[in-house]
Design a protein around this ligand. Structure first.
Ligand code: C5P
Length: 293
């Protein structure tokens, strides 16, 4: 869940004088059902997003210009200019709210880059929440999610966090009411990236040639498994329609999945697209007072 240390009501109207810190999680897709290619170049999705407890932290301070610095994962690799999703998010919010996009932003990054874990999208969501508090623009979560949708299909989910159903191209979010449970995941990060558009194109090619597996269909079984809180049941319902495409493009990922199962994981799947992460639920969930992460 995206969490901000928000200023009090009075400050919220004026904007925060001091720094605003926002912590934002990575996500995996427990179910990624990909429908047909739409006229706008996106695929219709039916996905269950699930936030996991690997976090980036964005600090926003008042400034005379818009500037971004960073530390941690991807430092030196990630461009900090106008192409960065954090900067694009700040501009998008400022344009929407009619304020100057002035802030000093600092990103502490733990989410691996291009790891199928939506790290860039998470940072964009964090920038929207942090700048909203810093500038006192006072937008609702739904308004922020509307701006987020223009930045990327999975950015709106990171505004809400938790576990949620994503439809449309993935940007239409409905929270899933799951009982408080902690699931334990193992995430293995591949060492080189896959392009997201290329993974979708490869799936279309496999489908056109009849080589793709049957599409996943409804999320009902997965949602039922989340309610049962039994990882063996959940393991049987995890799925990703992009997995065939990812494995065709990067056959070595199959070895990673096999290694996970050989080490005792109940199952493993590729998360999202891009540089895929393989993940698996190896242990029983535990009761917890906090929302699923
Ligand atoms: O929205 P996002 O920036 O994540 O999309 C990157 C690319 O991934 C799109 O340009 C498109 O090629 C592909 N995509 C898709 N269908 C979706 C989401 C993404 O085909 N639902």
């Amino acid at each position: 869940m995206t969490e901000a240390w928000r200023p009090d009501d009075e400050d919220e109207r004026r904007g925060a004088a001091g720094p605003v810190k926002v912590r934002v999680p990575a996500k995996v897709n427990l179910h990624l059902g990909v429908g047909p290619l739409r006229r706008d170049g996106f695929h219709e999705l039916n996905t269950i997003y699930h936030a996991i407890s690997i976090y980036d932290e964005l600090t926003a301070r008042r400034g005379d210009t818009l500037a971004l610095t960073m530390e941690g994962e991807g430092t030196g690799e990630l461009a900090l200019d106008d192409s960065n999703l954090v900067i694009r998010a700040a501009h998008a919010l400022a344009g929407y709210a009619g304020v100057l996009p002035h802030a000093r932003l600092h990103l502490r990054k733990q989410i691996p880059l291009a790891g199928g874990l939506a790290g860039g999208s998470a940072d964009a969501a964090a920038a929207l929440v942090a700048c909203d508090a810093l500038w006192g623009t006072g937008l609702s979560r739904d308004e922020l999610a509307g701006i987020a949708a223009d930045l990327g299909s999975d950015v709106p989910f990171l505004i809400y966090g938790g576990t949620a159903l994503g439809t449309g191209r993935g940007e239409a979010i409905s929270p899933v009411l799951a009982r408080p449970t902690s699931w334990h995941w193992v995430v293995a990060i591949a060492d080189a990236g896959l392009s997201t558009p290329a993974a979708y194109r490869e799936l279309d090619r496999l489908r056109d040639s009849g080589a793709a597996g049957a599409p996943l269909g409804s999320t009902d079984a997965l949602l039922g498994a989340l309610r049962q809180r039994d990882p063996r049941v959940l393991a049987r319902t995890l799925g990703n329609d992009l997995q065939d495409a990812a494995l065709t493009m990067r056959p070595a990922l199959a070895d990673t999945l096999k290694a996970g199962e050989a080490a005792g994981a109940l199952t493993g799947i590729v998360s999202g697209s891009g540089r895929p992460a393989c993940f698996s639920p190896p242990a029983r969930p535990t009761r917890s007072g906090s929302p699923p992460s």
